[in-house]
Design a protein around this ligand. Structure first.
Ligand code: SAM
Length: 271
């Protein structure tokens, strides 16, 4: 078979380190009868060993050339193949068809990884878990805590929905072509029985965090001043002189819930 020339615009940095692949398969721990979806199978570095363990895998790949290459493998019969952008795939339809929570994994194309994760959060109720290889900086933003420079909207929304575990730090040398960035493989498991944070409406949480983090250097009294008076901040035990990175997820939820309970309407937000 002809050598594949990696396409940059599809973030094609293929995993080639066998020991890393082995660890990833162990972490994913695929089981028969699970609904497993791989985003971007590429040259099948993860796809092949996964198929050694299960009967059926759904793969979503944007590059038709790569999908065609998969046909050469004996495990191809175990695949349901979608030639599609993972951002356009209908995950809800899949869930409705199978009536089972979906497990999603992949060495994500880094140029769309953040949008993909946010897209999947909007479908969180149909997801059992997600195991993703991400650019280190994105992974660090997901897990960042208050006080960190990386803490922001992505950290808040991710930790609101999911318990996140870093599973593996992966050197850029484990990929071909070698990317400019280091990577982290992590697990995101949506909260089901126990929810550490509560908001009546996640759109409001999103609206408030967006407003607060639009200007990171601004203190809350200024960035959120058009919604909350100083009195409200004090009532909620939140120092209005703090910057957005110093407010916990719990406090952002308190602010959202205050806005909802007190019917504070703002343009661009559905309460
Ligand atoms: N899984 C392989 C591996 O680990 O070696 C390939 C990973 S590579 C980082 C990302 C893969 O996602 C490529 O195969 C690429 O063509 C595919 N891809 C890029 N953008 C995509 C998109 N929007 N939807 C689905 N697949 C995409």
């Amino acid at each position: 078979m002809k050598k594949h020339i990696p396409i940059k615009k599809f973030s094609q940095n293929f995993l080639v380190d066998l020991s890393v692949i082995k660890k990833i398969i162990k972490f994913i721990n695929p089981q028969l009868n699970e609904i497993l979806v791989e985003i971007g199978p590429g040259l099948a570095a993860i796809t092949r060993p996964i198929c050694d363990l299960i009967d059926h895998l759904i793969v979503i790949e944007i590059d038709k050339i790569l999908l065609d290459r998969l046909k050469q493998f004996s495990f191809y019969s175990k695949l349901t193949v979608y030639h599609q952008d993972a951002l356009a795939f209908d995950y809800i339809k899949l869930f409705n068809k199978k009536n089972k929570l979906v497990r999603i994994f992949g060495n994500l194309p880094y140029h769309v990884s953040t949008s993909l994760i946010l897209h999947l959060f909007k479908r969180i109720n149909i997801i059992k878990d997600m195991n993703f290889m991400l650019q280190k900086e994105v992974a660090e933003r997901l897990i960042a805590t208050p006080g960190s420079k990386l803490y922001g909207r992505l950290s808040i929304i991710s930790q609101y929905y999911c318990n996140i575990k870093v599973l593996l730090h992966v050197s850029s040398k484990c990929f071909k072509p070698v990317p400019k960035v280091e990577s982290i493989f992590l697990n995101l498991t949506p909260y089901t029985d126990y929810f550490p944070y509560f908001t009546y409406n996640v759109n409001v949480l999103s609206y408030i965090t967006n407003l607060a983090f639009q200007k990171r250097r601004k203190i809350l009294r200024h960035s959120l001043g058009k919604i909350f008076s100083e009195k409200v901040f004090i009532k909620l035990n939140i120092n209005p002189k703090l910057r957005p990175e110093n407010i916990s997820i719990l406090q952002y939820c308190q602010l959202s819930n205050y806005m909802i309970e007190n019917n504070i309407h703002q343009e661009h937000v559905c309460i």
